[in-house]
Write a protein of this length. Structure first.
Ligand SMILES: [Zn+2]
Length: 443
């Protein structure tokens, strides 16, 4: 009896561990939200006003909920009926296959999985939190942070985004959530809807990047290095052993490889004279200011940090050279890359994937001397089955010329059924037959 009780407790703790990995993400954190309409794309929710259920029975497709701030309370309208003012409104998903559609007034709508909590902040605006499984959040971040068409590039982005998230899990703790949905943390502008991104995230599940001491590393990334990444101390304060400048020809000939900006000579020289007390009447200094060139990344121009110049002139990168035209009295800044240049170049990584270079080699190229660590968070049989199923979905998607709604719904449904299996069973047994009518959702 005691032994079986112990087994049950162990199994329960496994279930708790898996579901406990949820994060709270503040949505629309850069916007002031005065009104939001919420509808249901999939599954059913229970809606609570503080601790009390607001409407029975479970709410799903067809219902429309509108929330507006009134003082420090949330005013609730459901299908046009007044449901009063409350401190916090909670939308609790009834299973793993639940999707909410959020329509703030004057902003583009977004969809999210998981739970939602809505209250009013001290400025009298709606304060919206999405509570969601960690890996679902990561897939949404990957979709928002990188473009591409290969699961391997999404695998790389998932590893660095997961590492960042775990290292910064308490970034907004004092404000009652883990992350905001903007680049201050990581962009999370929708739930993930693409199977190749879901596959990339699953292929990397549990993978993080650590230093020689086994500690999670900082994983800065940028759009394009322009051909050479930057040392951390040349952009920020400290030298970090794994954030070293490397040659990066993989970043050539991509969308963000080159840029040009034309600046009036007087504006340029006056900037150095007035803001940085540079003696622009000294001939050699003046010449340097008008003919500065970088074949390799430099850090300063006449003593002024290039990072400062980049900010003040809103340049895409610090990696630029100057051509001066004495006739027009204008100078052309001809630059390479986009972003701060430290860590991983996303477009370089995209090119490397295209060349067939493995995800771990890509990570080691940009985060020199760092290591990839893997913790198994899902049973391997589940991961294998998920990867096999989703690969098949991607293949079918490629062969289909038109992406009809029914086709998308079909693969989403299959994915959700897979996820439900993981919830249902400690270890998924692929030999078990799935019953056709086992899982039914309204689409
Ligand atoms: Zn943030």
């Amino acid at each position: 009896m005691k032994k079986s009780l112990l087994i049950i407790i162990c199994l329960l703790s496994l279930v708790v561990d898996a579901s406990a990995e949820r994060v709270r993400v503040r949505l629309f954190s850069n916007n002031s939200i005065d009104n939001i309409a919420i509808s249901f794309d999939l599954g059913t929710y229970n809606i609570y006003a503080d601790d009390t259920i607001l409407i029975e029975p479970e709410v799903g497709i067809g219902k429309s909920i509108e929330l507006t701030p009134v003082g420090q309370k949330v005013h609730v309208t459901i299908d046009g009926y007044n449901y009063g003012n409350h401190n916090t409104i909670h939308f609790t998903a009834n299973d793993t296959a639940c999707i909410l559609c959020l329509n703030p007034r004057n902003l583009k709508h977004r969809t999210y999985e998981g739970d939602l909590h809505v209250s009013v902040n001290k400025n009298g605006k709606l304060f919206i939190i999405n509570e969601v499984e960690f890996e679902t959040y990561i897939a949404g971040v990957v979709q928002s942070e990188i473009y591409g068409d290969s699961p391997d590039i999404f695998r790389v982005q998932a590893i660095i985004s997961r590492t960042w998230a775990l290292k910064n899990i308490n970034k907004h703790r004092s404000e009652g959530y883990n992350f905001c949905d903007q680049v201050h943390c990581q962009a999370y502008l929708n739930r993930c809807v693409r199977p190749d991104i879901m596959l990339g995230t699953m292929l990397s599940s549990g993978m993080t990047i650590v230093d020689n001491q086994g500690k999670l590393i900082d994983t800065p990334f940028h759009s394009n290095s322009g051909g050479q990444t930057a040392n951390s101390e040349d952009v920020w304060r400290s030298a970090v052993p794994y954030l070293r400048s490397v040659n990066d020809t993989f970043s050539y000939h991509m969308r963000q490889s080159e840029w040009v900006k034309v600046i009036n000579k007087d504006k340029w020289l006056n900037y150095f004279a007035s803001k940085h007390k540079v003696d622009i009447h000294n001939d050699s200094i003046r010449n340097l200011l008008l003919s500065f060139s970088q074949s390799e990344r430099k850090v300063r121009l006449c003593g002024v940090p290039l990072t400062r110049i980049r900010t003040d002139f809103q340049l895409k990168s610090t990696f630029f050279s100057i051509i001066y035209d004495s006739v027009t009295e204008r100078l052309t800044l001809s630059g390479h890359g986009f972003g701060h240049g430290v860590g991983l170049s996303q477009e370089g990584a995209i090119r490397m994937v295209g060349l067939g270079i493995s995800y771990d080699s890509i990570i080691h190229h940009y985060y020199t001397s760092a290591h990839i660590q893997k913790n198994d968070i899902y049973p391997s049989s589940y991961v294998e089955h998920y990867i096999q199923q989703i690969s098949q979905i991607i293949e079918e998607d490629k062969q289909s010329n038109t992406q009809t709604k029914s086709k998308k719904d079909d693969w989403l449904g299959r994915l959700f059924r897979l996820r439900d299996r993981e919830e249902r069973e400690e270890v998924y047994d692929p030999t078990t037959e799935e019953l056709e009518n086992d899982w039914k959702y309204d689409w």
